[in-house]
Design a protein around this ligand. Structure first.
Ligand SMILES: C[S@@+](CC[C@H](N)C(=O)[O-])C[C@H]1O[C@@H](n2cnc3c(N)ncnc32)[C@H](O)[C@@H]1O
Length: 213
């Protein structure tokens, strides 16, 4: 892979060069939806499996209500269902990604055209036992502040799991935001898998927080 490439897969590389504009992201993923699973599987994407296993270690309740934020085609939902979770909802910006997620048959409720930054308009506060967002806190997608929105949707005492690609973590203010939320006692860090496998082009950190405030 040449130095200026973020990923050896052209579709993944282009996704990470998006500008965070919701309309551009939606258009991009609408186009990519049909080939996403193939591309991402050939890139040896392990984010969904690692995230679901991490959650399972700390949430041993198959009836827990889960929200998969930026669920895409449903790869996280499939892993969650395989581990026994039965009440998994999902949302995404892209309707075409949501169509694919619907075909997986593993979600209780799905919603498209939802921008994570505005998700508190569509979901009640304090409602989920756990919220997950895998593969979305990545370059060109959502800013670190999206974590505060997801925290709102998590019930007090509930869990929030986020993957951050290593280059996203290095190039954004994700850590200062985590430090602020820790200092305000709004979260505690339950577990951090640092530099864990993500795909064949690089690693990610997997953060598991508990909402404490
Ligand atoms: C790399 S995919 C990850 C999908 C899925 N979580 C997975 O692990 O396969 C990123 C997903 O985030 C969605 N997305 C990007 N920005 C978003 C936003 N602002 N609000 C909601 N979804 C967003 C995209 O539409 C896409 O489905």
């Amino acid at each position: 892979m040449s130095d200026d490439k973020i990923s050896s897969n052209p579709a993944i590389d282009a996704a990470m060069r998006l500008d965070g504009d919701p309309q551009n992201l939606r258009d991009y993923y609408d186009d990519w939806a049909r080939n996403y699973n193939l591309d991402i599987t050939s890139a040896e994407y392990s984010g969904p499996a690692i995230s679901a296993r991490l959650l399972r270690q700390y949430l041993d309740d198959s009836d827990a209500s889960l929200l998969d934020a930026g669920c895409g085609t449903g790869l996280v939902g499939i892993e969650l269902q395989a581990l026994g979770y039965r009440r998994v909802d999902g949302f995404d910006l892209s309707e075409s990604m949501i169509e694919q997620a619907g075909a997986s048959g593993v979600y209780r409720k799905l919603a498209g055209s939802i921008d994570m930054m505005q998700a508190a308009r569509s979901y009640a506060a304090d409602s989920y036992d756990a919220v997950l967002s895998v593969g979305v806190f990545t370059l060109g997608h959502v800013p670190p502040e999206a974590m505060e929105v997801l925290l709102q949707l998590t019930r007090p005492g509930g869990l929030l799991l986020i993957s951050t690609r290593t280059h996203y973590y290095q190039q954004t203010d994700f850590q200062p935001l985590v430090d602020k939320l820790l200092a305000e006692a709004r979260i505690e860090l339950v577990k951090l898998l640092r530099d864990a496998p993500y795909n064949k082009d690089g690693d990610a950190h997997y953060w598991l927080f508990r909402r404490t405030g």
